[in-house]
Design a protein around this ligand. Structure first.
Ligand SMILES: Cc1cc2nc3c(=O)[nH]c(=O)nc-3n(C[C@H](O)[C@H](O)[C@H](O)COP(=O)(O)OP(=O)(O)OC[C@H]3O[C@@H](n4cnc5c(N)ncnc54)[C@H](O)[C@@H]3O)c2cc1C
Length: 377
C-alpha cells in the first residue's frame, strides 16, 4: 500500500546516485521522512550530465551511457515505471561493437536513457514531498546513543539527527575519508577495503556540424592497438531530448579500462589529467574515424570530418567497482544494532551497472521497512 503521509521515521541518505535515490524514494513512498545529502554540485552520482556554462549550452552524459536490457524482473518493473513517468526513454539508433576489423551491428539490443538528461532519473526519483535534498553537502555521520548525528564535512554545520543512516557510496567508508570515521560501522568499513575500482577517462567534444557516420554508439572490444585508448564513443545528440537546432553535434568518448589504467599511472594533477584525457581520446577517435567512416558510409564515400569547436576532459577515479565475493553475494549490508545500511553498485550480481545500483538501493530500503513494520502499515 502506498502511504504518502510521513511516519515518524527519519532517514538520512548519503549520496543521490541511483542507489541512494532509489532507497530514498522507496522509503518516502512508504511514508518515511528522508533527507538526501549529496557531496556533488548536482544530483545523480555517476548517472551524470555535464552542461557547458557558456552560450551554446552543450550537454553530455559523461558518466553512465545507457540502461541495458534488464536482467531481472524487479529492475524491469522499475524501468517500466521510469518510462511511464517520463524520466526515461528508449535510445534507438545504430550501434555496433568493433573487434579488430569486424563491426558487428548491435542495434537490436534495447537501450534506455534518462530523459531529457541522464540525471533526470535521480532528479525524478527524489522529487517527492517526503524527500529533502541537500547538494554540495558531504555529510559526516556519527552515532550518538540511539541517533545518527550528521554534520557538514567542511563547515561542521549541524545537519540534523536521524533514526537510520543509508550510505550509498563505498568511498564514504574509505580510511582516508572522515564521512564514517566516527560511525563505528567497522563491519562495513573493514569489508570495503578489498574492493578495487576501474578508472576511466572521458572526453566531451562538439563537432561544428553533423559527423557523417551512420552510427550513434560504438563499443570497442578486444585490445586492437588501432583503437588506442577508446572503449566507447557515442553521439550524445542522438539521445532523446538532446537534439540541437544549431546543427552542432555533441559526442562522448570514453576510455578502454586497460588504457585508462596506463594513462593515469603516476598522474595526480587534475587539470593535467583532464587535458590529457581530452587530447588522447580525441586523437585516437580522429585516427580511426577514416576507417569507421569508410566502412559505414561505403555508399557515399564522404569521409570529411567537421572541425571540433569545443572539447573538455574528465577523470573517473572510481568508475566501476571490482567487488569481492562477499559483496557479490549481498544486495546491501545491514547493521541492525547501528541502524545502518550500506548500498551501491558494488553490491550484487550486477555491479557496475545502473541495474545493480537500483537493486541495492531497493534492498537497503526494504531492510529498513522490514525492521519497522509497525510504522510501514
Ligand atoms: C564512465 C562511466 C560509464 C558508465 N556506463 C554505464 C552504462 O552505460 N550503463 C550502466 O548501467 N552503468 C554504467 N556505469 C555505471 C553506473 O553509472 C553506476 O553503476 C551507477 O550509476 C552507480 O550508482 P550508485 O548510486 O551506486 O553510485 P554513485 O552514482 O557513484 O552515487 C554515489 C553518490 O554518493 C555521493 N556521496 C558519497 N559520500 C557522500 C557523503 N558523505 N555525503 C554526501 N554525498 C556523498 C557521491 O558524491 C555520489 O554522487 C558507468 C559509469 C561510469 C563512471
Amino acid at each position: 500500500m502506498l502511504v504518502q503521509t510521513t511516519n515518524s521515521l527519519r532517514v538520512a541518505v548519503l549520496g543521490s546516485g541511483v542507489a541512494g535515490a532509489t532507497a530514498a524514494r522507496t522509503l518516502a513512498d512508504r511514508g518515511a521522512e528522508v533527507t538526501v545529502f549529496e557531496a556533488g554540485f548536482g544530483i545523480g552520482g555517476r548517472t551524470s550530465t555535464r552542461i557547458s556554462r557558456d552560450g551554446p549550452q552543450y550537454q553530455f552524459d559523461h558518466g553512465a551511457q545507457y540502461i541495458g536490457q534488464p536482467k531481472t524482473e524487479i529492475f524491469k518493473d522499475g524501468l517500466d515505471g521510469w518510462i511511464k513517468d517520463g524520466s526515461v526513454k528508449e535510445w534507438s539508433g545504430r550501434f555496433a561493437s568493433v573487434d579488430g576489423l569486424k563491426i558487428n551491428d548491435t542495434s537490436k539490443k534495447g537501450r534506455w536513457v534518462g530523459y531529457p538528461r541522464m540525471n533526470s532519473i535521480c532528479s525524478n526519483l527524489l522529487h517527492h514531498e517526503n524527500i529533502k535534498v541537500k547538494t554540495e553537502t558531504r555529510a559526516d555521520a556519527s552515532r550518538n546513543g540511539e541517533v545518527w548525528e550528521l554534520r557538514h564535512g567542511k563547515t561542521k554545520e549541524n545537519l540534523g539527527n536521524f533514526d537510520w543512516l543509508i550510505a550509498s557510496d563505498r568511498n564514504s567508508g574509505a580510511h582516508h575519508r572522515k564521512d564514517l570515521s566516527s560511525a563505528n560501522v567497522k563491519e562495513f568499513t573493514d569489508g570495503i577495503r578489498d574492493i578495487q575500482s576501474v578508472k576511466s577517462i572521458t572526453a566531451m567534444i562538439v563537432f561544428e556540424k553533423a559527423l557523417n557516420l551512420n552510427m550513434d554508439g560504438l563499443q570497442f572490444t578486444g585490445n586492437d592497438p588501432r583503437f588506442g585508448s577508446l572503449g566507447w564513443v557515442a553521439r550524445d545528440t542522438s539521445k532523446p531530448g538532446r537534439e540541437r537546432n544549431d546543427g552542432k553535434e555533441c559526442w562522448v568518448l570514453q576510455s578502454h579500462p586497460d588504457a585508462a589504467k596506463q594513462l593515469l599511472k603516476g598522474k595526480y594533477k587534475i587539470n593535467e589529467i583532464r587535458e590529457m584525457a581530452k587530447d588522447v581520446l580525441v586523437h585516437d577517435f580522429l585516427e580511426i574515424l577514416p576507417y569507421l567512416l569508410a566502412d559505414s558510409n561505403a555508399e557515399n564515400n564522404n569521409i570529411d570530418v567537421p572541425p571540433i569547436v569545443a572539447s573538455t576532459g574528465h577523470r573517473w577515479s572510481a568508475a566501476f567497482p571490482i567487488p569481492t565475493q562477499q559483496f557479490i553475494e549481498m544486495e546491501s549490508q545491514l547493521i541492525t544494532s547501528k541502524r545502518f545500511v550500506a548500498c551501491g553498485d558494488y553490491f550484487g550480481k550486477f555491479s557496475g551497472k545502473i541495474e545493480g545500483a537500483y537493486l541495492s538501493g531497493r534492498s537497503a530500503a526494504n531492510e529498513i521497512i522490514g525492521l519497522n513494520e509497525e510504522l510501514f502499515q
